[in-house]
Ligand binder design. Structure first.
Ligand code: B12
Length: 328
């Protein structure tokens, strides 16, 4: 076998492995080294009566060089198997680009270790026809799959267009920018992302499943019993925190009209910018929440609050809108 790393490519580690593996399997090898032009590869193969040519290529331009070698082998009337490998080569590229340039078999081999077996199959006149017909069938399939699908007519494409149901569209906002809305705590409770709270409290966010346990203490006890034993202490802590937090919510919503949160609708800005925070006025009624915002640490949030409200800040709710959820 004549083996070479193609023109323009200096990588030779893989090629050397191929050389060693083939030698160990009893194949006579002629290694031409790296950066070998097509003429030299094909001339050597013809002069030495090689039974195979092996090409290695690890950089993208080497793929073009492999095609050049295949074309030259075709021009010179060779029909011996051409093996290609190296990180740049692939079965698909071999089928689509290299094989059509040469009438002999062009075989992509991923691993040096499988080359002796392949070489035996393609080198033995008894097994070559079957190996070759399987290879050609497989490469035909790959080319077909790769070829561009037939284009449909403009009429057909137009007929398949998506028709928007305008009745489902959200109404356009009447005002652009920041809007202040007064919303009762009770109304907002349903939108609370408890996972965010649990994370902020230093508990596993999965424990937020307690929020979906409705009803009696017995149901909560069942939830607790179902948590893995290792997690049970933390789960009990989570349960208690959740109970207290929802109690605050319930009290607040009972007070009803007197307690409102100033909701800053900053859909695009959320807490990413300081500019949202000053719009919370001093009149804002308090709700003990900590905003688990991605860009601000707890310390930063509190220092912003201090900056705005002075030494005695009310505890404020800041809402971050992200992906349709409300984070408190
Ligand atoms: C080592 C290395 C180098 C060394 C090469 C030393 C040497 N003596 O070979 C040095 C530092 C010189 C080098 C240079 C460059 N490199 Co380089 N290099 C690598 C690296 C890290 C490992 C390659 C390697 O030896 N692998 C181990 C061998 C055993 O694997 P293999 O060659 O694939 O061989 C196996 C099989 O593929 C198969 N096989 C290989 N050949 C053949 C042949 C046949 C016939 C058969 C059947 C099987 C077969 O058998 C082997 C064993 O199973 C790869 C990254 C990577 N992880 O692959 C980048 C990599 C190949 N290099 C890369 C690049 C870009 C370059 C440079 C252009 C960098 C630069 N800007 O200068 C230059 C190349 C210059 C040139 N003109 O060639 C890119 C190529 C990207 C691309 N698609 O084009 C890679 C992928 C890194 C990267 N991710 O960006 N490189």
């Amino acid at each position: 076998m004549v083996i070479a790393t193609v023109k323009g490519d200096v990588h030779d580690i893989g090629k050397n492995i191929v050389d060693v593996v083939m030698n160990c399997n009893g194949f006579g090898m002629k290694d031409l080294g790296v950066m070998v032009p097509p003429e030299r590869i094909v001339d050597t193969a013809m002069e030495s009566g090689a039974r195979f040519v092996g090409l290695s290529g690890l950089i993208t331009p080497s793929l073009g060089e492999m095609c050049a070698v295949a074309r030259l082998m075709e021009e010179r009337g060779l029909t011996i198997p051409l093996f290609v490998g190296g990180a740049a080569a692939s079965e698909l590229h071999t089928a689509v680009k290299i094989a059509p340039c040469y009438s002999g078999p062009v075989v992509y081999t991923r691993d040096a270790a499988s080359l002796p077996g392949e070489a035996r199959r393609f080198g033995n006149p008894a097994t070559r026809p079957e190996a070759e017909s399987r290879l050609r069938e497989r490469q035909r399939e790959l080319r077909e799959r790769h070829s561009a699908p037939e284009l449909m007519s403009a009429e057909e494409a137009y007929g398949r267009r998506h028709i928007f149901d305008k009745s489902l569209m959200a109404p356009a906002p009447t005002t652009v920018g920041e809007i202040t809305a007064e919303v009762g705590v009770g109304e907002l409770a349903a939108y609370i992302n408890w996972r965010g709270f649990f994370t902020a409290w230093g508990l596993d966010a999965s424990l937020a499943s307690i929020a979906s346990v409705e009803g009696c203490d017995h149901c909560r006890a069942q939830w607790l019993a179902a948590t893995p034993e290792k997690q049970r202490l933390k789960a009990a802590e989570a349960m208690q925190l959740f109970k207290e937090a929802t109690l605050v919510g319930a009290v607040s919503s009972n007070i009803g009209a007197q307690i409102f949160l100033k909701l800053v609708l900053a859909v695009y800005i959320s807490l990413d910018s300081h500019s949202v925070v000053p719009s919370l006025s001093n009149k804002t009624t308090c709700f003990p929440v900590y905003p688990p915002c991605q860009k601000f640490s707890k310390k930063q949030i509190f220092s912003i609050m201090l900056e705005i409200f002075g030494r005695n800040p009310p505890i404020c709710a800041v809402f971050c809108f992200r992906k349709g959820e409300i984070y408190l």
